[in-house]
Design a protein around this ligand. Structure first.
Ligand SMILES: Nc1ncnc2c1ncn2[C@@H]1O[C@H](COP(=O)(O)OP(=O)(O)O)[C@@H](O)[C@H]1O
Ligand SMILES: [Mg+2]
Length: 333
């Protein structure tokens, strides 16, 4: 492994931080229907914050800065201390007066299907002018910048700052994908990689075939690589060299079982960014990202991304089973 360049061995993540409330039910209610809730669990979440934690678990404390916004409520203190306990720097977090911290209500049915209802709160109040000195420092001194689901104007300003300073910019718009490729152009123009899940890709290019949509993303922005994550179906990578696909890790062969896929995409992104920082190539970083996503799916906790040691252990087991290194295949489309 090639270590990050001197003084640039850091990752910065800009995105949402939320308080997550997960509600478990036998089946989703229809309009006007009431159903009993079988269980409730709460904890810190938000795509941006989850990715920052995923990076810190792989690269260690002090390797990642988080930039985002919290409200001036009780939740804000728990959200910030949760990040700090994981070794994530929070100097770039803005506390928005008179605003509520973001909250996500995740409803899970007995088959594991889920809907997510997010009140972005303070996250939605983050504009380009809220990039404070710590945030600007982190954006201009990090080797890898992961830009996620804050409002597009702030994401665009941050992405351009990081790109100008020579960082690799990874963009994962989350719900902002609804703005479409033209709405996201400012950010996409500064990104070298865009990462979306199946639902987000559908929102970006409604009605188009998935592989076609993925190649369109890569073709429309020269030099941009596009990654689609497909849950238990694995992932795909589109570049100027065409599209390639990777099957998901077979968890059963490791003696494991998927219990909650919420946050798998965040573990994937964090591991991707961490391994790019360590100097690995794009496909190797995606393979390791897919392993991190798979290991996360075996844990109930949304922020259940693996540590470096857990990754190494799983990789060694897969190697023995001759399932590592992962075999990519060219897409036929
Ligand atoms: N059940 C699973 N088994 C194996 N790998 C999984 C599983 N669920 C997720 N992953 C891995 O994690 C990645 C991200 O998960 P995905 O569900 O696509 O993201 P998101 O959380 O954004 O919806 C997938 O591309 C896949 O590689
Ligand atoms: Mg998913």
């Amino acid at each position: 492994l090639k270590p990050g360049r001197e003084g640039r061995g850091r990752v910065v993540v800009l995105g949402a931080v939320n308080w997550d409330v997960s509600i478990f039910e036998a089946s989703f209610p229809g309009p006007g229907e009431e159903v009993p809730v079988l269980g409730v669990s709460e904890g810190p979440g938000g795509k941006g914050a989850n990715v920052a934690v995923a990076v810190a678990r792989i690269l260690g404390p002090g390797s990642v800065s988080f930039v985002g916004a919290v409200g001036d409520d009780d939740a804000s203190r728990i959200l910030l201390s949760g990040l700090e306990q994981e070794g994530v720097s929070t100097g770039g977090v803005r506390q928005v007066p008179g605003s509520k911290s973001g909250r996500a209500y995740i409803v899970v049915d007995s088959r594991g299907a889920k809907t997510i209802h997010t009140h972005f709160g303070a996250n939605d109040r983050f504009g380009p002018g809220d990039l404070n000195e710590a945030a600007r420092d982190a954006l201009s001194s990090s080797s890898v910048a992961v830009v996620m689901d804050l409002p597009v104007e702030a994401s665009g300003a941050a992405a351009s700052m990081a790109r100008t300073a020579g960082a690799e910019v990874v963009y994962s718009p989350g719900v902002r994908a609804a703005a479409g490729p033209s709405g996201l152009r400012r950010v996409l123009g500064s990104a070298s990689v865009v990462v979306v899940n199946e639902a987000e890709l559908g929102r970006l290019f409604p009605g188009e075939g998935r592989l076609r949509a993925l190649s369109r993303l890569a073709e429309d922005c020269p030099g941009l690589a596009a990654i689609e994550t497909r849950g238990p179906l694995g992932c795909a990578l589109a570049t100027e060299d065409g599209s390639h696909e990777l099957d998901a890790i077979d968890l059963r062969s490791l003696g494991l079982e998927a219990v909650n896929s919420t946050g798998a995409g965040d573990a994937f992104l964090g591991a991707y960014a961490a391994h790019r920082l360590l100097g690995l190539g794009q496909r190797d970083s995606v393979s390791l990202a897919a392993l991190a996503g798979a290991l996360k799916a075996t844990r109930a906790d949304t922020r259940g991304s693996p540590t470096k040691e857990e990754m190494t252990e799983a990789e060694a087991k897969l190697r023995k089973l001759r399932q590592w290194p992962r075999a990519w295949r060219r897409s036929r489309a």
